[in-house]
Design a protein. Structure first.
Lengths: 311, 362
């Protein structure tokens, strides 16, 4: 038996050969992306270095991997996600919202909603957490070169938009006009408020902010994101719209984009689902035969139209 | 000629003793008398009575335990500098060398179904791999079908070798054991069982008789497309799940269901530490996909059954080229309200022009 265990991979090969002639490889290939090495269930120990209170129910945490070498070699693409572990409580999935050029830390913004997010909100600098990352696919920014980008973030959906926006601005020369529409219920619900003045001042970015209802002292737009979008009338010519937000916002924003003439392949969104394994096995986050954790979270509207309607 | 051995019925306990050597765990079917009697796989030990009946619950837990530890974590202090605290994570898989003895071809094909996502997807699952590589499967071929089983609909049969290392077939005076894989061959060669080549024709005849006893299978060639095309037909799924209790018995008894959850227990930052566990989960439960926001993509039982049937007959085939149902029929026999996945699949196959009429009839 000892010999069997040691030569086990050959045994499995033999098993496959003995099977009826069925192809055991996955029938669709995944887009190339940085992947977490080693045991995919084993979190990398990390230390919380900073907690930034954003709103009443959103906090941003910055973490550093304990292993210096792994921190230094950590590579990801904008839009990829990570599972944060609070040991003893559990894990939940968040987008890495710092740009890949930020080598000093990984940043996640977390809205308090369930058990794990509540535990994350109780963390302080110096606390130990676990990180499984990078997981999932990413925004296809290489394919967007030469195009204009219209970015739309709703509420906590601004987190993935932040990472891709900062990444694109770093190589502004490769792209046309870069615009941002960021909306939330009220100014009090806006994460990254301390960064918004700089976004407005950035000559490479055309930023518009909106809130749902008038609010004392608010000098920007008032109205729902889809309505403000129709008012702004971005030109769909050679332009990609990237959006993230709650399902209801996605639905109406896509309708607005279609009205403006954006074809489904030029509308890109990133999805959220309940996830456990994060590696395409546990059976929770699938939409038809595609798993948001490995085939997503980034999908074009065209890809989503081809999947069963179960978002 | 592959390795063929022979064992008499009386010789089985001695063969099990051989299998259990060197600390190997041998899982055998054991009868559990009760108001509703059952047959379950248990670890064999010398003298323990065993059965050759088809088990009530398949031996899926040999590769995917109902609950297992993925990671043990605990805090430790640097003895030289007690204020320096570090977190220790231990992810060693629990994998005892195991022989599953006398499962049925539908159960063994279950392992082949699990192998694809656990070993051949974008990431290999190291816990599953460790147990799968330490597993040897000795399968008893079936002498006949039953009312609820339908392995031959799904690409298998009463003597299908898929997923098995050794096939064992009952003949008049005992059992013929045929090695299917190298692992099976090595196991049989190491045993003291006599050669069974001259009885192999008898085994082949028994297998042919078993095949002949089955009712012809319907043509399921277009099933993945047909099931997928029923996705948006909500009246269809509402009709077929009217009686469903969302109890999840169908997933519990299934040799190919593999949905799981991951949970933590214990205190992480204590010297006692805690564990991260993986447990079987149940896609029939409304909680399975409920997000922290309250949003739930599969809120109704009709949506959940649609996902279960679609996974087995449309989306797993789309990803892996074969059904993720081995036709064991346990979900049918154990359903408290008598739902029959065969009827749902066949209803999906019926021509789409029937849909309007069916809806009217409903």
């Amino acid at each position: 038996m000892a010999s069997k265990t040691s030569s086990s991979s050959t045994d499995l090969q033999t098993r496959q050969i003995s099977k009826p002639a069925t192809d055991i490889s996955m029938r669709h290939t995944l887009s190339p992306r940085p992947m977490m090495p080693g045991n995919p269930y084993l979190p990398m120990p990390a230390t919380v270095t900073e907690i930034i209170p954003e709103t009443a129910n959103i906090k941003t945490l910055r973490v550093v991997l304990e292993d210096d070498e792994r921190m230094r070699d950590f590579k990801f693409q904008p839009g990829q996600v990570g599972q944060i572990s609070v040991f003893g409580v559990g894990e939940a999935t968040f987008v890495i919202n710092s740009p890949p050029s930020q080598k000093a830390y990984l940043q996640f913004s977390v809205m308090r909603a369930g058990e794990v997010t509540a535990a994350i909100h109780k963390l302080s600098p110096g606390d130990k957490v676990g990180v499984r990352a990078p997981l999932g696919n990413h925004f296809p920014w290489q394919e967007w070169k030469g195009k204009s980008l219209f970015l739309v973030g709703g509420g906590i959906g601004m987190a993935p938009i932040r990472t891709i926006m900062l990444h694109l601005l770093e190589q502004k020369g490769d792209y046309g006009k870069i615009s941002l529409l960021y909306g939330a219920r009220s100014p009090r619900d806006m994460a990254y408020a301390y960064e918004m003045p700089a976004w407005l001042d950035n000559p490479d970015l055309d930023a518009t902010f909106c809130i749902d209802q008038p609010f004392d002292g608010w000098s920007h737009k008032v109205g729902l994101i889809p309505n403000i979008l129709l008012e702004l009338k971005p030109n769909p010519q050679n332009c990609v719209a990237v959006l993230c937000g709650p399902p209801i916002m996605i639905k109406f924003t896509v309708q607005a984009l279609e009205k403006l003439g954006f074809p489904p392949e030029s509308i890109v969104t990133t999805l959220e689902k309940r996830m456990k394994c994060g590696i395409g096995i546990c059976g929770r986050c699938n939409i038809g035969g595609r798993y948001v954790c490995v085939d997503g979270p980034v999908f074009t509207w065209k890809q989503l139209q081809e999947l069963p309607p179960e978002i | 000629m592959s390795t063929i051995r022979f064992v008499t019925g009386d010789g089985l306990p001695a063969f099990l003793t051989f299998l259990a050597r060197n600390g190997r765990r041998v899982l055998v079917p054991v009868e559990k008398p009760a108001v509703k009697s059952s047959t379950v796989f248990e670890t064999w030990s010398e003298g323990k009575p065993f059965s050759l009946q088809k088990a009530t619950v398949p031996a899926k837990s040999a590769v995917l335990p109902q609950c297992e530890t993925l990671i043990r974590y605990k805090k430790s202090k640097n003895p030289d500098n007690p204020s320096e605290v570090s977190l220790n994570l231990d992810d060693t898989p629990e994998a005892t060398p195991t022989v599953v003895f006398a499962c049925r071809p539908c159960d063994a094909r279950g392992y082949a179904v699990l192998d694809r996502p656990f070993l051949h997807g974008p990431y290999a699952d190291p816990y599953y791999r460790a147990r799968r590589e330490a597993l040897t499967v000795i399968t008893l071929t079936c002498s006949k079908g039953c009312d609820t089983c339908f392995c031959h609909w799904t690409g298998g049969g009463p003597s299908s070798p898929e997923g098995s290392d050794v096939l064992m077939t009952a003949v008049d005076d005992g059992y013929v054991l045929q090695a299917i894989t190298t692992a099976g061959k090595e196991l049989l060669n190491a045993s003291s069982l006599p050669d069974g080549a001259e009885r192999f024709p008898l085994a082949e005849e028994a297998r042919k008789r078993a095949w002949a006893s089955l009712a012809p299978a319907p043509d399921l060639k277009d099933v993945p497309q047909k099931v997928a095309s029923r996705f948006s037909d909500m009246p269809f799924w509402l009709h077929w799940t009217e009686r469903c209790l969302s109890c999840g018995a169908c997933t519990y008894f299934c040799p190919t269901c593999y949905c799981f959850t991951i949970t933590d227990e214990g205190e992480a930052m204590s010297a006692r530490g805690g564990r991260r566990l993986r447990s079987w989960d149940n896609c029939m439960s409304a909680l399975f996909t409920r997000e922290a926001s309250g949003h739930n993509p599969r809120l109704s039982k009709a949506q959940r059954m649609r996902n279960r049937v679609s996974h087995k007959y449309a989306t797993y085939p789309e990803n892996w080229g074969t059904f993720s149902c081995s036709g064991c029929g346990r979900c049918i026999g154990n359903c408290p309200v008598g739902l029959d996945i065969r009827e749902i699949v066949l209803a999906c196959v019926r021509h789409s022009s029937d849909i309007a009429q069916e809806t009217q009839e409903r």
